[in-house]
Design a protein around this ligand. Sequence first.
Ligand SMILES: [Zn+2]
Ligand SMILES: [Zn+2]
Length: 283
Amino acid sequence: MSISKIDQRKIFYMFPFGILIDGRRLRMLDLMCDSMKLIVLGSGTCVPSLNRNAPGYYLEAGDRRILLDCGSGTLLQLERAGKSYRDIDAVFITHTHPDHFADLMPLIHALRATPGFKRAKTLFIVAPSLFIEYYDRAIATVLGRPREFSIQRIRMPEEMDFRPFNVRAAKTVHSQDSIAYRFEYGGRAIVFTGDADYDKGIVDLSRDADLLIADCSFPDANKARGHLSARQCGLVAREAGVKKLLLSHIYPADTPDIDRVREGREEFGGEVVLAEDLMEISI
Ligand SMILES: [Zn+2]
Ligand SMILES: [Zn+2]
């Protein structure tokens, strides 16, 4: 959804307290906002690949810069995308599987030890409870508490105001502590399933989202428990009424990756895109 600057001004004078677009009430402040920018840093999995890095996504809106998951290689991918680890405000982790968080320790180490760089702002780590416990046990004990800046750990509640985002989470059918996130900004929404199998919760969280980044681990013929197949990604997208479906978390398979787009389209009539590393999407 894009509204030109002139239109925004017109709308402001006509409806100072907000308007309804597509049935959603938008505050004027939201209408003035820029878009959310998403960069796929890793469209792959735990399987080492020269084409698909382990899971990691960069999300930017207003003055916030966030990592969604942070698998191994994420920091290098961030450099390749022309973004800097120095600017990251928060890391949102979906679950305690190493392909989704392995670069968190290197990130904190780099923030502390880059010559000539002094980090001042707080680093937020948002995650399910079990991951926070793991962090305290295994990561904080190695790194200690940085003196230069603070690290704030947040056990992700169902909903949280993380300005300028409103963030919601839902448990996923995958591992004991796995969750999916929904980021809302400027009247738009991006949902990231993390690792997830089909269930009603993921459909509800994805309701009317502008972009659904879905765990598309396998084609339908190789469907594995705890992960969506390509066809199921399409099913979630259709049932939730999302606008755009991005198939990611791609395990190697016998069939070409692009075949998953066809499978997704058999269920979902909207736009279906196969994620590639360093792909950028504005929402
Ligand atoms: Zn995974
Ligand atoms: Zn996993």
